[in-house]
Design a protein. Structure first.
Length: 213
């Protein structure tokens, strides 16, 4: 069960849980969001195309995301499994994943109410150097504003502002929520209710995966 997808609205805590699973099972967390932001930072052609969509809270086009993902899962560290965080976001992308011949073992949804997500995301911070994610309340850096992993500066992303959060949640409900039905039909969907404390959610995630915490 080492090839998995994490589903959930923006701010549901997918990234944090992906890190916990990655550490536990020794498989890479593949975050399309981080890969896209890296492309934006480097000013690549794909990055420039992605930036316009990301800044407005819209979804990046399938061809851009799939192009980046194909390269990533071909790397040696993904040979024994991986965690897809942020992909697929639509049924069309899920079908494209199937077409790529990628066999997924389990699809886990982290379910959190929209109102709690809005409050949570306003406190989220991301390292502008390495992409590591933090939260001023739930997962603070040791030194305020400084990444624990690389010493880079942590910032609030444009897409974490209240206006953009509401837009992203609307997009999620319209485009991504149908994925639950898509994967439920395959028997691979597992839903975990996101808890107030991150550690409590992690315990439920490990239990659902049959892993000792």
């Amino acid at each position: 069960m080492n090839k998995m997808i994490l589903l959930g609205a923006p701010g549901a805590g997918k990234g944090t849980q992906a890190e916990a699973i990655s550490d536990k099972l020794g498989i890479p967390q593949i975050s399309t969001g981080n890969m896209l932001r890296e492309a934006v930072k480097n000013g690549t052609e794909l990055g420039l195309k992605a930036k316009e969509a990301m800044d407005s809270g819209a979804l990046v086009s399938d061809d851009i995301v799939i192009g980046i993902l194909k390269d990533r899962i071909a790397e040696p560290d993904a040979a024994n499994g991986f965690i897809l965080d942020g992909f697929p976001r639509t049924v069309a992308q899920a079908e494209a994943l199937d077409t790529m011949g990628v066999a997924i073992d389990v699809v886990m949804e982290i379910a959190v109410p929209d109102e709690r997500i809005c409050a949570r995301m306003s406190g989220r911070r991301v390292c502008e150097s390495c992409g590591a994610s933090y939260h001023i309340e739930y997962k603070p850096t040791t030194v305020e504003g400084i990444c624990d992993k690389c010493g880079g500066k942590t910032v609030q992303r444009v897409d974490d502002t209240p206006e953009t959060v509401l837009s992203r949640l609307a997009v999620y409900q319209e485009k991504t929520a149908p994925l639950k039905d898509y994967y439920a039909k395959t028997g691979k969907l597992v839903t975990v209710e996101g808890q107030e404390e991150v550690a409590d959610t992690t315990k439920l995630v490990f239990k659902a995966l049959g892993v000792q915490d």
